[in-house]
Design a protein around this ligand. Structure first.
Ligand SMILES: [Zn+2]
Ligand SMILES: [Zn+2]
Length: 282
């Protein structure tokens, strides 16, 4: 095995069972072993609305990986972070931004892998006092996917979480209705990985991408972690040649040295359709 990390121990900072998604790709692809550090990362923010997020996702993720390294004394760290919300250009569609950060203290590397995830059940809903939640529950995949609920008027909580069955949910809904002056309940999908199998699959896909990146060496300095770092827009319109917002070039880079290479799109697309052109279709 040519992996730079064969036989190495990597600290994964998580409270939420992400080793289920990540241990296998790191073992098979790199020959490395993940060791879980159960740091209380909730103080860095959660999806559940109890803690306000103030840091950018990348800074939070790196800090999370650091916490694990400080605690375990290991030199290789891994942490993941996500945010969810409406798509910027299609607000009816929910989207997830998943991030995975790998730290290599000895080589001085921060390696980042990220993806926009369309496959998410992220949703929120106000339930009226006499409303039946069943259709919505089916849509968001309860009970295989978790929910968190609170009285609608109590933005600070109490939140009810870890609702694993219809009976748990029923009890929580009743408690929330009693606590709310209008009997209304606020429901949100639980986005923590161990309560959200859809998200767990996203993390696994991201882990596979990270392992592939760590297997690639920089053609200039030989450091692991060579891969796509950004994209450049400007794919020309097929009809008039105007530069569109679509990706024209992929920029590949090294996490260690300043080496960059500009590659054509991997899908081979060389021109944009006039429908995507600001001149042909203003
Ligand atoms: Zn055009
Ligand atoms: Zn390099």
């Amino acid at each position: 095995m040519s992996s730079a990390y064969a036989g190495q121990r990597i600290c994964l900072t998580t409270l939420h069972g992400k080793e289920q998604a990540l241990a296998r790709p790191f073992a098979v692809g790199l020959g490395a072993v993940l060791e879980v550090s159960p740091c209380d990362t909730n103080r860095l923010g959660t999806f559940s609305g109890e803690v306000e997020r103030c840091d950018s996702a990348l800074a939070t993720c790196r800090q999370k990986a650091w916490l694990g390294l400080e605690r375990t004394g290991l030199r290789l760290g891994l942490a993941s972070e996500a945010s969810f919300g409406p798509h910027p250009s299609a607000p009816m569609l929910p989207i997830g931004q998943e991030l995975l950060v790998f730290l290599d203290l000895d080589r001085g590397l921060t390696v980042v892998e990220q993806r926009l995830e369309w496959r998410t059940n992220y949703a929120q809903r106000l339930l009226r006092s006499d409303e039946d939640p069943s259709p919505w529950l089916q849509q968001v995949g309860f009970p295989s996917h978790g929910l968190i609920v609170r009285p609608a008027s109590a933005e600070a909580g109490p939140w009810y979480r870890d609702l694993c069955s219809s009976l748990d949910l029923q009890n929580a809904l009743e408690a929330c209705r009693r606590a709310d002056p209008r009997g209304e309940v606020w429901l949100e999908t639980d986005m923590r990985a161990h309560r959200n199998p859809t998200r767990m699959r996203s993390i696994r896909r991201l882990g596979v991408s990270m392992v592939r990146r760590l297997c690639r060496r920089c053609p200039s300095c030989g450091s692991p972690g060579w891969g796509l770092v950004e994209t450049e827009p400007g794919l020309p319109c097929e009809a008039c040649g105007t530069a569109t917002d679509l990706t024209r070039l992929e920029v590949w880079g090294c996490p260690h040295c300043a080496h960059r290479e500009w590659h054509p799109r991997r899908d081979g697309l060389a021109v944009a359709q006039p429908v995507d052109c600001p001149w042909c279709n203003p």
